[in-house]
Design a binder for this molecule. Structure first.
Ligand code: MG
Length: 219
């Protein structure tokens, strides 16, 4: 069990729970994947054991020959909730972070073809790098945050959370109809366009507004 770190350096003893990851939440990313956008959010789970932190390394698994980066806004739940209305959804948020949904794209493509679950492509150790958490009090509007990712200094992904098809409120409301959200659960809200390959030796640097950053490499 691992705890979150916070941008203000205060230790809060919040353990990382389940990782609920959204897919196809930005139209242009759905287009680049030749996927349809769904009416309700589409999601899968990643294990908390996949989490790594600032300064650590994404490890390429032997089973994959093609890792992709996906930079995403992460929403950390602060309080247990179920069947939350959109109006009250943000009351249950502790804060926000930057997350990378690292994906073994070759394994995922194979799974998609066969109609199998994606977990095998998403759940490897080190496949969920996360930044420190910014408390929600310091984030006036999670639905309007610049989000970007550079690989070896080159901008690969650059968008704003206002381009998401679903608001953070809608996402929390929808997921909480299916599963109880608990303190420390992390919702990864899906990636904008520009996903691409990363290889050993690459340096990944992500920014969320001016409120947090994440730097990891690939080993
Ligand atoms: Mg993703």
């Amino acid at each position: 069990m691992t705890n979150y770190n916070f941008t203000d350096g205060v230790e809060r003893n919040v353990t990382i729970g389940k990782l609920v990851c959204l897919a196809r939440t930005y139209k242009k990313h759905a287009q680049e994947m030749k996927s349809d956008v769904t009416e309700d959010p589409l999601f899968f789970l990643k294990p908390a054991s996949a989490v790594i932190f600032n300064g650590e390394s994404i490890v390429t698994p032997e089973m994959s020959k093609c890792l992709h980066h996906e930079v995403e806004l992460g929403v950390v739940i602060g309080e247990k909730c179920k069947n939350v209305s959109q109006k009250n959804a943000l009351d249950y948020v502790l804060g926000y972070l930057l997350a990378l949904d690292i994906t073994a794209r070759d394994i995922q493509s194979e799974a998609k073809k066969k109609g199998f679950p994606w977990d095998i492509a998403k759940g490897f150790d080190t496949f969920a790098p996360i930044s420190d958490v910014v408390l929600k009090e310091d984030v006036p509007n999670p639905n309007n945050l610049d989000i970007s990712l550079k690989v070896n200094q080159e901008i690969r992904q650059n968008s704003n959370t206002s381009n998401m098809i679903y608001s953070v409120e809608r996402i929390i409301g929808f997921i909480s109809q299916i599963m109880t959200l608990e303190q420390g659960d992390l919702i990864m809200t899906g990636t904008p366009e520009g996903v691409g390959e990363i290889v050993a030796g690459d340096l990944l640097e992500a920014e969320l507004g001016n409120i947090c950053s994440l730097k990891v490499n690939v080993s």
